[in-house]
Design a protein around this ligand. Structure first.
Ligand code: KIV
Ligand code: ZN
Length: 511
């Protein structure tokens, strides 16, 4: 069995998904969970891209100690310097520097000759190696690059100090055979290849990201890059949870092991979905809601007689358990605090008090509070980074009847502390509610997407809503949960607007 390194890029390539805008605390929360999940490296961001990204990478590098923290840089000295400033507090800081190597990228995007690309790549790897003990070099669009050129540049960057060579299928174009052959070629034709680890990085435009990653490790790659739930640019990246489970379940075919703690899969996936607002399709492999559901009578009958007739993965393997019943109306602060600790949360006293208050409010309306509910409450409290004034709903009322026009009335506190009231009608309750909020909020708003789901199952399950809004033309994702679907919808809408308000206020403070 050979040990494959898992490189997670949820916080960098994953965060490049449209509408995803995580705050610093949300990124840190995901980073801590990635550490629990057992990834070997995490790419925390692209520090030169914004002050916010720089701060987030720094916070993660200073906090996460069990996993190597990496950050991205273009092939320019200032990006490498900025990345060093963000990463220097990490235990094992690693730089990820890239330049495109395909004819189309070199000619049209970089407007450089192949010779100039080699020169710049070598110079920047050498410069990066003077600061970082580990330097990963990526040949962007490697899968559409000419193999002899790829071989030549790889040999030179290894000589210049690169410790990892990453060969991305940037546009998700390669087939497994082609992608595997590229690794084979590099292994057989680059004389110093043994001095570096080869890494694969696949995008899913043709739905081949997982298959291509497997082809790469079968041909000598020692590292796989990907994201949780497969989020990322366009169709996303390879799903790490799919690969880790495939290696485990089909170890008869795949002689590869990883350090991934498979029973942390569900929690990691839930956290990323909740915080990014990227809903997981029900039939998604491993982490979709239906991944373990057997609908047809023949399948159910088979599973009851002998589980393995239709079940190749047990839900328990990936941490899907029947909802544990948690605490109820009469549970005290002590029991609550113990449970929070047992779930791996480390909250400040203030946040713990706030979480307990929200838990008590929930028990007024819900008899049994499950682990899923608690996870929702704790994540929301833990990642609320707002230290600035923002919008807050004081009261809301929605009237709906089959024979009447839906009407919403909202009392809203604005960031400048005015208390305003409005009422609007709509074709449905949510439309009436959103029209009212739109009227009360000064920012220009356009609703792009709206989703409502339940947290867990059962008639008193919490409602969870995700919205995508254009706020003054900037795309913002918002999420909100509540026992009532209308309240959850209102919370998600306000959350998206508040993210914009917080972002504006942070930008103002920075300039
Ligand atoms: O897909 C890609 O080529 C990338 C590089 C920056 C590594 O994400
Ligand atoms: Zn990528």
């Amino acid at each position: 069995m050979s040990r494959i390194q898992i490189f997670d890029t949820t916080l960098r390539d994953g965060e490049q998904s449209p509408g995803v805008n995580l705050n610093r605390l949300e990124k840190l929360e995901i980073a801590k969970q990635l550490e629990r999940f057992g990834v070997d490296r995490m790419e925390a961001g692209f520090p030169a891209s914004s002050k916010g990204d720089f701060e987030a990478v720094k916070m993660i590098a200073d906090t996460v100690k069990g996993t190597s923290v990496t950050a991205l840089a273009r092939s320019v000295k200032s990006d490498i310097d900025t990345a060093w400033e963000a990463l220097k507090g990490a235990d094992e800081p690693c730089l990820h520097v890239f330049i495109a190597t395909s004819p189309i990228h070199m000619k049209y995007k970089l407007q450089m000759t192949p010779g100039e690309v080699v020169e710049q790549a070598v110079e920047m790897v050498r410069y990066a190696s003077s600061k970082f003990s580990q330097v990963q070099w990526s040949a962007e669009d490697a899968s559409r690059s000419e193999l002899p050129f790829l071989g030549e540049i790889i040999e030179k960057v290894i000589d210049a100090g690169a410790t990892v060579i990453n060969l991305p299928d940037t546009v998700g174009y390669a087939t497994p055979l082609e992608y595997g052959n590229m690794f084979k070629y590099v292994r057989e034709n680059v004389p110093n290849v043994d001095q570096a680890i080869l890494s694969c990085h696949c995008h899913d435009d043709l739905g081949l990201a997982a298959a291509n990653s497997i082809a790469a490790v079968e041909n000598g790659a020692g590292q796989i890059e990907g994201t949780i739930n497969g989020i990322g640019e366009r169709a996303g990246n390879a799903s790490l949870e799919e690969l880790a489970v495939a290696f485990h379940i089909r170890s008869d075919q795949y002689p590869f092991t990883t350090n991934i703690k498979l029973n942390e899969t569900k929690r990691t996936s839930d956290l990323v979905s909740k915080l990014t607002g990227m809903h997981i399709q029900a039939n998604k492999a491993i982490v979709g809601k239906n991944a373990f559901a057997h609908e047809s009578g023949i399948h159910q009958d088979g599973v009851l007689k002998h589980a393995e007739t239709y079940e190749i993965i047990t839900p328990e393997l990936v941490g899907v358990t029947a909802n544990n019943l948690f605490l109820g109306k009469h549970s005290g602060r002590h029991a609550f605090n113990d449970k929070v600790k047992a779930m791996g949360y480390d909250l400040t006293d203030d946040k713990l008090k706030e979480a307990f208050k929200n838990f008590k409010l929930l028990t007024d309306r819900k008899k049994e509070v499950t682990d899923d509910d608690l996870f929702t409450i704790l994540t929301e409290v833990q990642t609320d980074a707002a230290v600035v004034e923002k919008y807050e709903i004081e009261t809301l009322q929605v009237q709906y009847g089959t024979n009447s026009i839906p009407t919403a009335t909202v009392v809203l506190r604005t960031p400048d502390k005015q208390v305003l009231q409005e009422a609007c009608t709509g074709n449905g309750s949510v439309e009436a509610l959103y029209a009212t909020l739109d009227k009360l909020i000064v920012e220009r708003l356009e609703l792009v997407d709206y989703q409502i789901t339940s947290v867990g199952r059962g008639k008193d399950a919490l409602a969870q809503s995700h919205v995508q809004l254009l706020v003054n033309d900037e795309q913002m994702n918002g999420r909100g949960s509540a026992q009532d679907v209308i309240e959850a919808s209102a919370n998600a809408f306000i959350n998206a607007v508040n993210r914009y308000v917080i972002q504006q206020s942070t930008n103002k403070n920075e300039s």
